[in-house]
Ligand binder design. Structure first.
Ligand SMILES: [Cu+2]
Length: 621
C-alpha cells in the first residue's frame, strides 16, 4: 500500500461524492436500501408477557460502506412494513416472555429458517421452511437467558465462492436474565458475504462501522453473535476483558464469578455467541477487531457479477481516504474512543528502567523478507536476531518503565503493535489511529525511528507484530514472541520455550507454509527428563484460526498442565491431554515434565489441510 493512501485527500472529496451519487442512484431506484441495524431497538411489541413480531424477507441493496460505495443486492429480514435490516431485526425479550412470530416469505424461492425454538434446544428441532408466498406462525417460549441467533438459507444463496444472496440473513436473539437492563449493553453481530469477501459488524465495514465512546472506569458490556460462516478471532487492543459467557446457538453458559476469566482474544466459531465486560483504564482511540488479516485489511476489488461498483473506486482506495481515521484498514473493526483521566503518564518524569532498540531491515535488500534485531542498550550483550522469519524474543519486566526504539531500516513504512499490552494509546501501533485528540501514532517511515514507552502491567506471553495492514509484512517476519516477566521472575532459557506459529510469504519456503519459530522444519530440541518446562504457544498467522498444537508420544498426546491463556493464569488446572487449539492472536502457556527419557513430537497443524509442522523434543536422563 503506498504511503499516500494513508492520508485524507481533501481535494478529491468533492469530485468523489458527485461521481458516487450518480453511479449508486441507478441501483438504488430498483431495490430498497438494507439499513444497518445497531441492535439497540428490539423488534416487535410485548403485550401481556408475549412478544408479537411479524418478520418478512425481501431483496434489497446492502452498502457495507456508505451509500455512495459498493451496492450489493442481497436478501434481508425486515419487520413487516419496515425497512430491511442487516443484521436482521433484534429479537430481545426478558426471560419468561413468550414469542408469537409470523414469518412471511414474499421471495421467489423457499427459505429455511433456523433459531426459532426454546433454549436450550437443538437447532435441528427448530428448522422451518417457508415456501414462496407463504406465511408461517410460530409460538414458542425462548427459554433460558442467553445470547442466541436466528438465520435463514435459500437455495440460490450460495455462489461458487461461498454465501452471497443469503449471507446477511442472520440476527440476534437475546433472552435477558431477570433484572437485566437491555440498555446497559450492546449487541454486535458478525457477518461475511462472499462475492468476493466483505465482512461487517452490525451491517457495516470499517471505517463505516459504528464509532463507540467509553469512559475510563465505566464498565462496557458487549454481547457478540457470529452469524457468519467462518470463525473470527476477536481481539481487543489495550485492555483485557472478562469473558462472562459463551454459547453455541443452542444453549448459553453464563459463567459464575469464579469461572470468569480475562483474555485479550476470543475466537468465536460459526453460529457461536459470547458476552464480555471490560473496564477502560486508559483514554485514547482503541480497536476491537477480527485478527484474520483478510477481515481487517482493505477489501480486495469486488466482482461486478455480484455488485454495482462505484466507477471512481475500482481498487477500493478512495472509499476510505476521506476518513482520516481509516488507518488503511477495512472489515470487522470497531473503533472505541475512551475519555477520562490517564492511567499512564510517561510524558512527565519518565525514567526508563530498560532501554531496548528494535531494528527492522530487509535482509540482503530483499523487500519481501524482514529481519529484526533487538538489543538492550544498557548491556554489553550483542542482542538477538530473527531466526528464520520470526523476530527474536522481546523480554521485558512487569512494572518496569521500558523504552523501545523502533528503527526502520527496511524499504517500506511500518508500525508495531504490542499485542495484549496495556499501554498508552499513542504507542499502541495503529498508524493514524492510535493516540488521543490530534496526537496520532505515525507510520514509521524508512530511515526513521519511533520511540515507544510502556510499563508492562502483567506477566505472561504476548506477541509483537506489525499493524501495517497487509499480509506481506506479517508473513515477511515483522512479528515475534514477547514475554513479560514478573517483578522477581528470572528468565530461564533452558526451560522456558516459546513456539510462535506464522505463515511464510512466497519465499524462501514457498507461499503460505506453516512455520514454527520462523521455519517449516524446526530443529530437534534436546531437553531433560525430570525437569519442569514452560511451553508458550503463540499464533500470529494471518488466518489459521483452527490451528492446533499437540505434544505426542508414539501416537497419543502426553499430558501437560495449563498455566495461562492470554497472559492470564489458569487457576487450579490439573494435568490434561496435551493438545490445544491456538487461535489467531491467542497465547497459551503449559507446564510439562517428562518423567522418563523419551522422544516426543511437538506438532502444529491445521485440521482439514496439509499444513503440519513436527518438531522433535528429545528428553534425555
Ligand atoms: Cu474474522
Amino acid at each position: 500500500m503506498p504511503t499516500t493512501s494513508m492520508r485524507p485527500h481533501r481535494l478529491s472529496i468533492h469530485v468523489f461524492f458527485l461521481l458516487t451519487f450518480l453511479s449508486s442512484a441507478a441501483v438504488g431506484q430498483q431495490l430498497p436500501v438494507i439499513a444497518a441495524n445497531d441492535n439497540r431497538t428490539p423488534a416487535g411489541e410485548i403485550r401481556d408477557g408475549v412478544l408479537h413480531l411479524q418478520l418478512e424477507l425481501r431483496k434489497g441493496i446492502w452498502y457495507p460502506e456508505s451509500e455512495q460505495g459498493e451496492a450489493i443486492p442481497s436478501y434481508a429480514f425486515a419487520e413487516v412494513g419496515r425497512p430491511l435490516q442487516v443484521p436482521g431485526p433484534t429479537i430481545r425479550v426478558p426471560k419468561g416472555t413468550a414469542i408469537d412470530l409470523s414469518l412471511l416469505n414474499p421471495l421467489q424461492v423457499p427459505v429455511t429458517l433456523h433459531g426459532f425454538y426454546e433454549r436450550p434446544g437443538k437447532d435441528a428441532d427448530g428448522v422451518v421452511t417457508i415456501q414462496p408466498g407463504q406465511t408461517r406462525r410460530l409460538q414458542f417460549d425462548p427459554g433460558a437467558p442467553g445470547v442466541y441467533l436466528y438465520w435463514g438459507r435459500t437455495p440460490d444463496g450460495k455462489s461458487d465462492r461461498g454465501r452471497v444472496l443469503d449471507a446477511l440473513l442472520g440476527g440476534a436473539l437475546v433472552v435477558d436474565r431477570p433484572g437485566e437492563d437491555p440498555t446497559a449493553d450492546r449487541i454486535f453481530v458478525f457477518e461475511r458475504w462472499n462475492g468476493p469477501m466483505r465482512t461487517a459488524i452490525n451491517g457495516k465495514s470499517w471505517p463505516f462501522t459504528e464509532r463507540l465512546d467509553a469512559e475510563v472506569g465505566k464498565p462496557v458490556r458487549w454481547k457478540m453473535v457470529n452469524a457468519s460462516d467462518l470463525s473470527h478471532p476477536m481481539h481487543l487492543h489495550g485492555f483485557h476483558y472478562r469473558l462472562d459467557g459463551i454459547g453455541d446457538g443452542e444453549s448459553f453458559k453464563t459463567f459464575d464469578n469464579e469461572m470468569r476469566t480475562e483474555e485479550f482474544t476470543h475466537s468465536v466459531d460459526v453460529m457461536e455467541t459470547f458476552e464480555i465486560t471490560w473496564v477502560p483504564k486508559e483514554p485514547g482511540r482503541w480497536l476491537y477487531h477480527c485478527h484474520r488479516m483478510p477481515h481487517m485489511r482493505l477489501p480486495v476489488p469486488i466482482d461486478a457479477r455480484y455488485a454495482k461498483i462505484p466507477d471512481h473506486n475500482p481498487d477500493h482506495r478512495d472509499m476510505h481516504q476521506w476518513d482520516s481515521g481509516f488507518a488503511g484498514m477495512g472489515g470487522m473493526i470497531l473503533g472505541i474512543t475512551v475519555t477520562g483521566p490517564a492511567h499512564f503518564d510517561t510524558a512527565n518524569g519518565w525514567k526508563p528502567g530498560k532501554r531496548l532498540r528494535l531494528d527492522l531491515a530487509n535482509p540482503d535488500g530483499n523487500e519481501r523478507l524482514y529481519e529484526i534485531a533487538i538489543k538492550d542498550l544498557d548491556s554489553q550483550d550483542a542482542g538477538a536476531r530473527s531466526t528464520g522469519l520470526t523476530g527474536p524474543l522481546l523480554l521485558v519486566r512487569q512494572g518496569q518503565p521500558t523504552e523501545i526504539t523502533l528503527r526502520n531500516n527496511a524499504a517500506k513504512p511500518t508500525t508495531i503493535h504490542w499485542h495484549g499490552q496495556e499501554i498508552e494509546s499513542y504507542y499502541d501501533g495503529v498508524p493514524w489511529w492510535s493516540g488521543i485528540g490530534e496526537k496520532r501514532a505515525p507510520e514509521v517511515e524508512p530511515g526513521h525511528e519511533f520511540e515507544v514507552r510502556l510499563i508492562p502491567q502483567r506477566a505472561g506471553s504476548f506477541i509483537y507484530h506489525t499493524h501495517w495492514h497487509d499480509a506481506d509484512q506479517l508473513t515477511g517476519g515483522v512479528h515475534g514472541p514477547m514475554i513479560v516477566l514478573g517483578p522477581d521472575e528470572q528468565y530461564k532459557p533452558d526451560t522456558d520455550k516459546s513456539f510462535l506459529m506464522s505463515l511464510s510469504p512466497s519465499e524462501p519456503f514457498g507461499g503460505s507454509v506453516l512455520l514454527v519459530n520462523g521455519t517449516p522444519q524446526p530443529p530437534v530440541q534436546r531437553l531433560k527428563a525430570g525437569v519442569t518446562y514452560r511451553f508458550r504457544f503463540m499464533n500470529i498467522t494471518p488466518m489459521l484460526d483452527q490451528l492446533h498444537v499437540a505434544l505426542r508420544g508414539a501416537t497419543d498426546p502426553v499430558q501437560w498442565r495449563p498455566l495461562a491463556k492470554d497472559a492470564v493464569e489458569v487457576k487450579d488446572a490439573g494435568l490434561q491431554k496435551a493438545t490445544q487449539q491456538v487461535a489467531v492472536g491467542e497465547t497459551y502457556d503449559f507446564e510439562f515434565r517428562s518423567p522418563v527419557a523419551q522422544v516426543l513430537r511437538l506438532e502444529a497443524w491445521m485440521p482439514g489441510n496439509n499444513r503440519h509442522v513436527v518438531q522433535s523434543l528429545v528428553f534425555a536422563e
